[in-house]
Design a protein around this ligand. Structure first.
Ligand code: ZN
Ligand code: ZN
Length: 579
């Protein structure tokens, strides 16, 4: 599959165009195409053969030609031309939290800086302050961002890691000498950022397995190869470890390498007390010296008189104690979700019509779906004003009469403005089924101000959900400065739902905060916030965060039937209107 390489080149082109200051729509076209191709389940080469590239959302004639060029030659002329024009270091700088394309261009034009190291130097020497649009605060945040980036270098998003792992698993599964294969490590525990991919393979022929993996085209360097282990570095800067074990050792090895280290340490201590010794290939009964090969992970936990602990919980954060007392959470599953309550249509900055979104949601087995476009102040996203919003409500009413098998809810993602007002008045908000409030501006405000903005929104009786509550973008932007304890407390008090946003680089709230929210009596909602159809499938990332956060089905309101969901919204509304 060459999907990945096409996707990476397109996203690179988008970055470079942005630094050049090219037209917003052109940049966006490349970015959306990159995402659509990354999410594609078919092989892009076979789409070329059947001339069906144009069926991919957002791929027009111009992009189609470039895709053909990349698939045949590994690159395209336009990309090569841009690479000569824009120094590589400038593109790298886009990864610095809080540094956008516009500022990068300003710094480049004023100081001729082309690498992150030079940029760090200049910030330390206080040469950035005073450039157009850059003050002392921005200079400090750039420096902080560089340090953050350096700490995270070599880590990738969970979604990217799964994409790469799936390619490798696919190669291995097609090979007859392979008995079983699966991912282990932080990937299997679904951590939000991944530094190493761990893959466990069982086979009678370890040597051949290594050769199969070495044929994977993205390998840049072999770091280590011995009898049953292969470590390679991919051209994406990611390290992959493949461990080959005998068929009878598969489950114990998979468990051993799924970790975390702290979880294993505690577990092995308990095993010791029971006269059992665990290693990566078998369990040893110490007294008799007998070797034992469990045939499932359930059996492994059973040896220690515990129920199975799902990989997402294996962090030694109380799960072993809970297992011993039979108090593990009944973890939420992807299939529990009955509807997505945060979706953008082509009325604002989404790609699809409401009809298309409804059809896709129905295909996914959902009972309801909410259309929540941006509000008028978010001009870059073509936010809706009152007039267009009311037109949209009319359309949805009409569609609900025509379309069977799914209920479309009216909604809005209303901006919490920097002056702490909402972008729409209450008499507009009260006309909608779902109101999401969120912050998209004024990220630099102080803690008190930002906290106050969100708290005030939660006291509005028509606001049902706070979206992406901390505002972080993984690897790009730290959360705004907010007193999260006050937010959680107010959410519980006002019956406002907090979102787990499933966008792979948001995952906001994160696992720890989701768990804390539950403990404080806050209800949550898991949404994709998608801008395109394929993104509806990203819901799994949010559910995984919830599983890591010990959440059960009952803690997440969009696992409930429509009538119960609307009751929850209504309750807050009526309480608020009474006051
Ligand atoms: Zn948003
Ligand atoms: Zn949104």
């Amino acid at each position: 599959m060459k999907n990945y390489i096409v996707s990476i080149i397109f996203s690179d082109i988008a970055d470079m165009l942005e630094i050049k200051g090219e037209n917003f729509f052109k940049v966006r076209a490349y970015r959306k195409a990159a995402r659509a191709i990354a999410n594609l389940s078919e092989d892009i080469e076979s789409l070329i053969e059947t001339s069906s590239l144009a069926n991919i959302e957002g791929i027009g004639k111009a992009l189609e030609g470039k895709i053909r060029e990349i698939v045949t030659s590994g690159t395209c002329a336009y990309y090569e031309k841009l690479k000569k024009e824009i120094p590589r270091g400038l593109v790298e700088m886009l990864k610095i939290p809080g540094l956008g394309a516009k500022r990068i261009r300003t710094i480049y034009e004023a100081l001729g800086i082309t690498t992150i190291d030079e940029l760090e130097q200049a910030a330390k020497q206080r040469k950035l302050r005073g450039l157009p649009g850059i003050g002392v605060k921005t200079e400090q945040s750039i420096l902080k961002g560089i340090q953050m980036l350096k700490g995270k270098m070599g880590k990738m998003l969970l979604s990217t890691a799964f994409y790469v792992a799936d390619e490798i698993l696919e190669i291995l599964r097609s090979y007859s000498a392979v008995d079983k294969v699966d991912v282990a490590g932080s990937l299997r525990r679904k951590e939000e950022l991944i530094s190493d991919l761990d893959i466990i393979v069982s086979s009678k022929d370890p040597v051949e397995i290594a050769d199969v993996v070495l044929a994977y085209p993205r390998i840049a360097e072999v770091l280590k190869r011995d009898e049953n282990r292969l470590s390679v570095l991919l051209d994406l800067g990611i390290r992959v470890n493949v461990r080959v074990v005998e068929p009878r050792s598969f489950w114990i090895a998979l468990h051993y390498y799924t970790g975390s280290r702290e979880h294993n340490a505690k577990l092995f201590e308990i095993a010791q007390k029971k006269g059992l010794e665990f290693d990566e290939s078998c369990v040893v009964k110490k007294e008799s010296g007998e070797l034992f090969y469990p045939e499932s992970e359930e059996e492994i936990y059973g040896l220690l008189k515990m129920p199975f602990i799902i990989p997402e919980l294996r962090e030694n954060k109380g799960e072993i104690e809970a297992a011993l007392e039979d108090k593990l959470p009944n973890s939420i599953e992807v299939g529990d979700i009955r509807g997505d309550l945060h979706i953008h249509s082509n009325w604002s900055d989404g790609m699809n019509s409401i009809e298309e979104i409804a059809a896709k949601a129905r295909e996914m087995g959902y009972e309801y779906v909410a259309i929540t476009d941006h509000s008028k102040s978010l001009k870059v996203a073509r936010g809706l004003d009152e007039e267009r919003l009311f037109k949209q409500i009319e359309l949805i009413k009409k569609l609900n009469k025509e379309i069977q098998g799914i209920k479309i809810l009216t909604g809005i993602e209303v901006d919490i403005l920097t002056n702490d007002l909402l972008d729409f008045d209450d008499d507009v908000l009260k006309e909608l089924d779902v109101v999401i409030a969120s912050i998209h501006s004024g990220f630099g405000q102080d803690r008190e101000k930002i906290t106050q903005r969100i708290v005030k929104a939660m006291y509005n009786p028509y606001v049902n959900i706070i979206a992406h509550p901390t505002g972080r973008i993984l690897g790009k932007r730290e959360s705004y400065d907010v007193d999260i304890d006050v937010i959680l407390k107010t959410a519980a008090e006002t019956n406002t739902l907090l979102e787990i946003n499933s966008t792979p680089d948001r995952l906001d709230l994160n696992d720890n905060l989701a768990r804390k929210a539950k403990e404080m009596g806050v209800k949550l909602v898991i949404n994709t916030d998608t801008h395109e159809l394929e993104g509806l499938k990203d819901i799994k990332y949010g559910v995984w965060v919830a599983r890591r956060g010990w959440l059960e089905k009952e803690d997440v309101v969009n696992t409930r039937p429509l009538s119960q969901l609307l009751e929850i919204f209504n309750k807050k509304r009526m309480n608020g209107e009474k006051k």
